[in-house]
Design a protein around this ligand. Structure first.
Ligand SMILES: *Cc1c(COP(=O)(O)O)cnc(C)c1O
Length: 493
């Protein structure tokens, strides 16, 4: 299977090349030329398989220049019991009709591990397949969870270096500590004086800077991304939606073929788009509930057809969704309206910060997607209610989606069952979860972990439990115009 750019002005490439480079030459994102299908016969067969085997089946449909055995080996290593426990992505029933898919049982307690534990393995294979002998420097802009998950995924992976930029005031204390204490010989972490979009724009700028490319090349280094714009990040995310559906069939919650809706707490639009690809492959997913916090650019887009990033940026209790530009939306647009219109809209977004779909295009979008946003108060109230009524402890991001799912049920008298992505352990955002439950502050950011645990009787995930004792190794804070020089000096060592 070949991959092409969403903007239509780059060459057709193999998946290894798409994964190696991340971004297409024309600034677009890579997409498979066609979407492979999943038949009910295949789904029936997959019922008996482990998560790793399901992953290999699905991923190999897209990565045809990898062998099935290569992908299976990587999936086994990525989703090993020592990293994810017995079940990498369990489905938990919250109440009748409402289920959450827990995607945070990996090493960093957030859903990005689902992709970032396997992606570096696919990536090193990609380097070999492309005959690449330079060192890859992975650049990541993060609003919190990606950074840690990427650091953990790439640490000490030979042939790679990883550099992470995060907004100095845009991540939680726990997220910051997770990154600051990261070990590994090939890692570097900088805090940026700015917000997530400053960090992301800086990374995009560096990627398109020809001088930097030449300088790095002279040092035997080239740039690549681990952000959700990389196809290697997206493809493993399709797996858990398919797998969760099979698990729901197998536990008798639904019948094979029964339609369900999917709710996803959305930032960059990667996770929800992976679910949508599942639908394009043939999964009976009907509606996608796109849940945002008060950074509700996507809600407005889905309601009006205008995407307008010219608005106030809010810092919220769900920082991984504090985003004004949802990069993966470009992929979704491409699937609906093709390369030419997508390139035009992306160009408008670049120059004017906004674009407006035609009525017909908006109608197409709304066939599958519906947007809701959740205020900070509603997020807190949802955490409390879900805990008190259903004995289910959820984090701030998951709460945004649970609120959206419930609003949708109310507004549309929805009868299909809803699978809601649960994207972080409540302990990763312990302070705000504690405050939501009790109305009072815990004694400190890191103390919040133990206090939340004793309040609820729920155990702290092991990697978070030891955080306070670890040594802080990365303290750099730099201006947003210093990102270039930081990259160049990291290439030296
Ligand atoms: C990254 C992240 C999201 C947003 O996912 P996207 O793929 O960017 O839409 C939601 N919740 C958590 C906890 C995250 O880390």
């Amino acid at each position: 299977m070949k991959f092409i750019s969403t903007r239509g002005n780059a060459e057709r490439v193999d998946s290894a090349y798409a994964i190696k480079t991340g971004l297409a030459k024309d600034g677009g994102l890579f997409m498979p030329e066609s979407i492979p299908t999943l038949t009910y016969a295949e789904l029936d067969e997959m019922m008996e398989l482990s998560y790793e085997e399901r992953a290999a089946k699905i991923i190999s449909k897209f990565l045809s220049d990898y062998t099935y055995d290569e992908i299976l080996e990587d999936a086994r290593a990525a989703y090993a019991k020592e990293k994810f426990g017995a079940s990498p992505a369990p489905v938990v029933k919250v109440e009748d009709g409402l289920y959450i898919l827990e995607l945070w049982h990996g090493p960093t307690s957030a859903f990005k591990d689902m992709a970032l534990q396997i992606m570096p393995r696919l990536f090193t294979r990609a380097l070999k397949k492309c005959g690449e002998d330079r060192c890859a420097m992975i650049l990541v802009a993060t609003s919190g969870d990606t950074g840690k998950a990427a650091l953990e995924g790439y640490r000490d992976v030979s042939g790679t270096k990883i550099k992470v930029f995060y907004p100095v005031h845009g991540v939680s204390k726990v997220q910051k500590l997770q990154m600051q204490t990261q070990e590994g010989k090939n890692v570097s972490v900088d805090a940026i004086e700015g917000n997530f979009d400053d960090a992301q724009n800086g990374v995009k700028r560096i990627f398109s800077d020809e001088n930097i490319r030449k300088e790095l090349d002279g040092r035997g280094v080239f740039l690549s991304s681990a952000n959700s714009i990389n196809w290697g990040r997206l493809v493993p995310q399709i797996v858990y939606y398919v797998s969760a559906y099979l698990d729901m069939v197998s536990s008798g919650e639904i019948k094979m073929g029964e339609k369900i809706d999917v709710a996803v707490p959305t930032g960059n639009f990667g996770n929800i788009f992976a679910a949508y690809i599942g639908k394009l492959m043939g999964m009976p997913f009907e509606k996608f509930i796109c849940a945002s916090n008060i950074n509700n650019v996507l809600t407005d887009f889905l309601r009006t057809g205008t995407y307008d990033k010219n608005r106030t940026f809010h810092q919220t209790v769900s920082p991984s969704m504090d985003i004004l530009i949802s990069s993966n939306l470009e992929r979704f647009l491409y699937t609906l309206i093709g390369t030419k219109k997508t390139a035009e809209y992306m160009n408008e977004l670049n120059t004017e910060g906004r674009y407006t779909l035609t009525k017909e295009e908006l109608a197409l979008v709304r066939e599958s997607f519906i947007g809701y946003y959740t205020s900070e108060e509603q997020t807190a109230a949802t955490i409390k209610e879900t805990y008190e009524k259903s004995n289910c402890l959820i984090d701030t991001h998951t709460a945004v989606a649970v609120f959206a799912a419930k609003s949708y049920i109310k507004d549309y008298k929805a009868e299909r069952k809803i699978l809601t992505a649960s994207t972080a352990s409540p302990f990763k955002f312990a302070k705000d979860v504690y405050r939501s439950l009790t109305g009072t502050d815990p004694s400190g950011d890191t103390e919040a972990l133990a206090e939340l645990s004793s309040l609820t009787g729920v155990g702290i995930p092991a990697p978070l439990a030891s955080l306070a004792e670890r040594e802080v190794l990365h303290k750099n804070v730099i201006g947003k115009d210093e990102m270039e020089s930081s990259v160049l000096s990291f290439a030296e060592n």
